[in-house]
Unconditional design. Structure first.
Length: 253
């Protein structure tokens, strides 16, 4: 199969990335509905709907804002305006969705943690979306720097590059298995699984961004990496608890 993968049907070009994005939303939502039907949910349906709306609005705004900051355009031309309108990133979507949920919960007075039920569906959605990113090759800014590493691939420009989308697919699969096993094995406080997902995914992206050919940096870090730093600051109390818990386990051993 040639990358970028750009199939056509009856002479009509098919945007496989666009299709897989919608498949990701559909499958992720159906998986969420399945989980909610088969698990106890202490949040009422009305409040859960408000939370979903808050998450959706926050994710939309966050994905656009961070997408623009990833490679800011200072010269306003017709072409650059189109790029700005199409700029988006899952990292901004996740963190924006998190803030949207927290704002929605404060508005409706909901005290229960709400993220655990969304966690596995989010991973499934990102996984499907990343398949589309990989198939787009260098037409989608998820490719890596040129490399002589044995995993390097020609993603459409004739240069062997780190296939970052494939690296992420492997990471997401491992993370899904790990978190699902935690859910089956342990009874954890509400919100723990989502927090672990955010810390793991943002930590992964913080590291893998060093393999990405970014062009805009602030103090040596890209916009995505600074968002990862902000996310870790947001969850600093959780990090302290995890480190303390791990320290106690090591001491017992």
């Amino acid at each position: 199969m040639h990358i970028p993968f750009e199939p056509s049907l009856f002479g009509i070009h098919i945007n496989i990335h666009w299709i897989l994005e919608y498949v990701a939303f559909f499958v992720g939502f159906r998986y969420y509905v399945y989980l909610r039907k088969n698990q106890r949910d202490d949040i009422t349906s009305t409040n859960r709907l408000s939370i979903i709306i808050g998450a959706t609005l926050g994710a939309f705004l966050g994905s656009r804002i961070v997408g623009i900051l990833e490679n800011p355009i200072f010269k306003l031309t017709k072409e650059n305006m189109m790029l700005l309108l199409n700029a988006k990133t899952i990292m901004g979507g996740l963190f924006g969705g998190l803030l949207g949920v927290e704002i929605a919960k404060k508005m409706i007075g909901e005290k229960q943690s709400s993220g655990d039920l969304f966690t596995l569906p989010i991973i499934v959605g990102i996984f499907i979306g990343r398949i589309g990113c990989f198939l787009k090759g260098t037409n989608e800014f998820t490719y890596g720097k040129p490399t002589s590493f044995f995993l390097g691939m020609n993603l459409g420009d004739g240069v062997n590059r780190h296939p970052l989308a494939l690296y992420e697919l492997v990471f997401l699969l491992c993370l899904f298995i790990f978190l699902k096993r935690l859910l089956k094995t342990y009874t954890l406080p509400n919100g723990t699984i989502f927090k672990l997902f955010m810390l793991a995914y943002f930590g992964f992206r913080l590291c893998i961004e060093f393999l990405k050919p970014n062009v805009f940096f602030v103090a040596g870090l890209s916009s995505i990496q600074w968002l990862c730093v902000i996310c870790y600051q947001y969850y600093y109390k959780t990090i302290i608890k995890l480190v303390t818990y791990a320290g106690k386990k090591i001491h017992v051993l």
